[in-house]
Design a protein around this ligand. Structure first.
Ligand code: GH3
Ligand code: MG
Ligand code: MG
Ligand code: MG
Length: 336
């Protein structure tokens, strides 16, 4: 039983134990008594009576009957007007309405159906016919609620699947340790950025970033401490990444890669220097390092103009060569 049915039926009721509930709206108390007597011998029918047209809609909303027997001619608000009122209220608009009237003209009946009535009986109807129609309309109504409920549950589970799918797609792009984009997403991103930059006649800058003497770090402080260093370095690199033009990813192991569509060759070098200084300034002790008492990185940068040809792979290889030069030249520096 979901929220939808709970709001259509009174609290705590399920469809199975929900009796057929009849609400008679008729200004004549004698009619009210007569219908009560007609239905008294039907144990599955729960009878309620309202003589005041002004409160009928409110009573229906409160009671949520499975069928409304609606008098046609009432002082003040007419029966047709009341039917229209039920139909305009989302909480009760689907409750079936059987019109009760002394009028037998086809035109009157036609008008009642046009206003939204489901059925029309001439007063006072025969007990067998009245109860048959009450049961028929109530059952149809309760079945409709059940279909709505099943449909809502289906929609809910479809939405849950969609959400799960979106979450999986998001996670599939991320590196588990650092939360940065992973290698797979980096490759995808660069393959898409390349033709985009070619079309816009923009340059693409790539910086390969590698933690210095990291094997020695692990050997000295342990692999778990090494993981913490990778996370701290990742946060620092991420800090310099502008989402509108840049992507920072974990390339693999202790290597990261930065790609930017907003850099000149000078910009690549400056960004590399900034990143080197920022990581060293973290002050993460590295007593086994041959470079510095703190953890440092080396950076290799390269710039390409995709409009002039080439491939993303050449750009990465160029940055990798520059990184090798930084390592050769003593580490904790940038080469372009
Ligand atoms: P260099 O300055 O030349 O880069 O020396 P290096 O020791 O950093 O380079 P090397 O390639 O010899 O070693 C890289 C080390 O990074 C070895 C490997 O165990 C470690 N490493 C790679 N991935 C991880 C990781 O996810 N966590 C930890 N703690 N260590 C990692
Ligand atoms: Mg009347
Ligand atoms: Mg390495
Ligand atoms: Mg290294």
């Amino acid at each position: 039983m979901n929220s939808r049915t709970r709001h259509l039926l009174p609290a705590g009721q399920s469809k199975e134990d929900y009796p057929i509930m009849v609400l008679l709206v008729d200004d004549q108390l004698m009619v009210g008594e007569a219908v009560r007597r007609l239905l008294a011998s039907e144990p599955d029918l729960d009878f309620h009576y309202c003589s005041d047209a002004n409160v009928a809609a409110a009573v229906a909303k409160e009671m949520k009957p499975t069928v409304i027997l609606q008098d046609l001619v009432m002082p003040g608000t007419s029966g047709l007007e009341l039917v229209r009122r039920y139909r305009s209220d989302p909480l009760i608009r689907n409750i079936p309405v059987i019109m009760l009237s002394t009028k037998e003209e086809a035109a009157t009946k036609s008008e009642a159906f046009a206003a939204g009535a489901n059925d029309y009986l001439v007063k006072l109807p025969d007990r067998l016919e009245l109860t048959a129609r009450i049961r028929y309309h109530s059952r149809a109504y309760l079945n409709q609620i059940q279909r709505d409920e099943a449909y809502a549950a289906l929609r809910e589970s479809q939405q849950a699947l969609l959400n799960m799918n979106m979450e999986l797609q998001r996670i599939a792009k991320l590196d588990g340790l650092t939360g940065l984009s992973n290698r797979r997403y980096f490759d995808e991103y660069l393959s898409a950025e390349w033709p985009r930059a070619a079309q816009d006649h923009e340059a693409l800058g790539v910086l390969m970033i590698d933690v210095d003497d990291f094997k020695r770090y692990n050997d000295t402080y342990g692999h778990l401490a090494g993981d913490e260093v990778l996370k701290a370095v990742a946060r620092t690199l991420e800090h310099h990444c502008r989402p509108s033009s840049d992507l920072i990813a974990r390339f693999g192991g202790e290597e990261f890669v930065f790609v930017s569509a907003a850099l000149s060759a000078d910009g690549v070098r400056q960004l590399g220097d900034t990143l080197c200084r920022a990581v060293e300034a973290l002050g993460l002790p590295h007593r086994a390092s041959r470079v510095s008492p703190n953890v440092t990185i080396s950076v290799g940068g390269a710039l390409a103009y995709p409009a002039q040809g080439g491939t993303p792979m050449f750009l990465i290889e160029a940055a990798d060569k520059a990184l090798y030069q930084s390592k050769e030249a003593g580490r904790n520096r940038t080469s372009v």
